[in-house]
Each structure stands twice: as C-alpha cells, then as structure tokens.
Design a protein around this ligand. Structure first.
Ligand SMILES: [Zn+2]
Length: 211
C-alpha cells in the first residue's frame, strides 16, 4: 500500500497541477465519452494506456476475460449489463470496443478449470464463453488458448446484439462495435476485420513522418 500512497503523492505534486483545469472542466460539464471499452481485469491490460487516452475519453468496464453476457433483464445482479446500459442509453457512446488479450487467465479457467480454491463465481461466469470454447475444440486447434481468446471476443460481440437498444443503434449506425485483442507479449493491438480474422493495427498511420 505504501507504494501506492507514494504514487498518489507524486500524482498530486506532478500531474495534478498540469491536469487540474481538465478535471475542473470535466467536473463542471460532466463526462461525455464517445467510446466504451470492455476489457479484462488483468493488471497488464490498461485501455487508457494502450489507446493513449485522457480522463473523460473512455468509459471502461473491466471484468474477468472481457465477457459480455446475453441480455437477461431479470432480478439478478448484472454489473456488465448495467455498465452497458449507462454507456449506451445515457451517455450515448458511439463506439463500443471489446478488447481481449493474450495469455488471459480467465480463458485459462474456461479451458482448464478454476485454480483451487476459486470456483464459486469464476466457473459459472466463464460459462458465458462456453460456446466459444466448443467452437475452438471442434476444430482441434493447435493453439486453443489464443483461439479461445479470439472466439470469446466474437461471442461477446454477438451477445451485445441481444441487447435491443444496442441492436437498434447498430442497425441505424449510431453505434459501432469493434473486436480487438491486445498481445501483452509484443504490445501489438489487433482488430477484428469483416473477414472474421484479427489483424494487427499498423504502427504508423499512412502519411505519418517515419519514426
Ligand atoms: Zn484476461
């Protein structure tokens, strides 16, 4: 904890003076992020860092294995669906990104079961991705971990469309859904293309001066 307190003190001394005006503007006007990111809780995958974003830009939900459950408006506690509802219906974000990542422990649970003694919540939560696992195992993949990471992002995108207020906005092009994977080994971000494959984002935009 002391390390975190020290970090906070550095933030107050070094970053807060520079960012104070921005935070005051955000506090006064409220947040109006254009983008929601659904990422894994994994400590190595920080969407704000990966997208080089500022406070106020990204509405982020992180859960185990960046999963979206199907639309189930019942009396259970739906943290992910509540965050989706707020971002889409209240903030009216125009982009929704599901970001998986390499070496995901949640996907490991899906493939190999929960590490002892976890299991009360992890195993039932990962059942959301059971269909992704079946798809991968049916094709006898050489790398089921990576393929499951990719298939579960696709499955989450499919589940997003079971929410009627998401499907409506996607159909009328007010909301765009994107699948992605961040490879923590190489730092590469891959985007899901219309062909169903993930391809790395070019490090430089066309026309940028060479670095
Ligand atoms: Zn993960």
């Amino acid at each position: 904890m002391q390390r975190l307190i020290d970090g906070y003190r550095r933030f107050r001394a070094q970053q807060w003076p520079e960012r104070r005006a921005m935070f005051e503007r955000l506090a006064h006007l409220g947040q109006s992020p254009q983008t929601m990111v659904i990422a894994c809780s994994d400590s190595r995958v920080d969407p704000t860092m990966i997208f080089n974003a500022e406070p106020g830009e990204l509405f982020i939900l992180r859960n185990v294995a960046n999963l979206v459950p199907p639309y189930e408006p019942d009396s259970a506690f739906h943290a992910t669906s509540a965050a989706l509802e707020f971002a889409v219906r209240v903030l009216e974000v125009t982009d929704l990104i599901v970001m998986g990542h390499a070496m995901c422990g949640g996907i490991g649970v899906l493939l190999r079961g929960a590490p002892d003694p976890a299991g009360d919540f992890l195993v039932p939560w990962m059942r959301i991705a059971e269909r992704a696992k079946r798809r991968v195992l049916e094709r006898a993949s050489a790398d089921p971990q990576s393929e499951c990471e990719q298939e579960s992002v696709k499955l989450s995108l499919e589940n997003l469309l079971t929410f009627p207020w998401i499907a409506d906005r996607v159909a009328s092009q007010r909301l765009m859904l994107t699948g992605s994977i961040f490879d923590i080994r190489s730092g590469l971000l891959m985007l899901l293309g219309p062909d169903g494959n993930f391809a790395p984002v070019a490090a430089q935009a066309p026309g940028d001066p060479p670095r």
